[in-house]
Design a protein around this ligand. Structure first.
Ligand SMILES: [Ca+2]
Ligand SMILES: [Ca+2]
Length: 241
């Protein structure tokens, strides 16, 4: 019962990330070898739980030490998106472990780095959306502020929102000529009613689980010897027979 409650409270309070591969670590690429200018089909096959669908098809999966971009914000891999900043963009969807529920509150978090190699002085940003189609952007949630050449530093973005509709995909597209991204996460915000219910459950469990005080029987009686034997009290501490 306690284990069940702890599991439930962990799920409710820990803000579990429902994006399956938002850090791009789950992929088929050879360790240490960056992958450049991937077509949508190649990217989708290489990086698990994603579907690329943009009009550019120049996605780069960079690993640490590439020399072109800052090292990944998390793990060994990061993603670079390309386009012309006008009508050609890279875009992809990230699959979710559980669908987003209409009307529920969520927190979105992700990182964008300035582009060291190609456009160090151009403002770089991405937009993030919710979709039920893995190959369509869907509804805009958030557009990150433009990042200028910042010496390769990662910029973290946090956005809390109420889902306008149910969705099975988080979608990402560059809105500038390029952008380096990593570590997308999406977590449900616990509802106040859920918190109250769990706290009430904790209070109930506390009263049930609290051990009863154990009072030894009257010293010297047969019962005290039985009590001492049951608890393996050394003979020297038992009352004399
Ligand atoms: Ca990563
Ligand atoms: Ca590229």
């Amino acid at each position: 019962m306690l284990a069940t409650w702890l599991a439930a409270s962990h799920t409710a309070f820990a803000n579990t990330n429902i994006v399956l591969n938002g850090d791009f670590e789950n992929n088929n690429a050879t360790a240490g070898q960056s992958q450049y200018n991937l077509t949508n089909a190649d990217f989708s096959a290489l990086v698990h739980d994603t579907t690329a669908y943009g009009t550019s098809g120049e996605l780069d999966l960079y690993t640490a030490g590439s020399g072109y971009e800052p090292d990944p914000q998390s793990g060994s891999w990061e993603l670079r998106l390309h386009g012309n900043g006008v009508d050609r963009f890279d875009a992809f969807s990230l699959w979710l472990a559980t669908p987003v529920l209409a009307g529920a509150s969520y927190t979105l978090q992700f990182y964008v780095a300035a582009d060291l190699g190609m456009n160090p002085m151009a403002p770089l940003s991405v937009k993030v959306g919710l979709s039920n189609d893995g190959e369509a952007f869907g509804t805009l949630l958030y557009t990150s502020a433009g990042v200028f050449g910042t010496g390769g530093l990662w910029n973290r973005y946090d956005h809390r929102f109420v889902a306008p509709h149910a969705a099975s995909f988080l979608t990402v597209q560059n809105v500038s000529v390029s952008a380096v991204v990593d570590n997308f996460s999406l977590s449900a915000v616990p509802e106040p009613a859920t918190c109250a219910m769990l706290l009430a459950g904790l209070a109930t469990l506390g009263s049930v689980a609290r051990p009863r005080a154990q009072t030894p029987p009257t010293a010297g009686s047969p019962a005290v010897r039985q009590w001492a034997a049951a608890r393996q009290v050394p003979r020297a501490f038992r009352s004399p027979t």
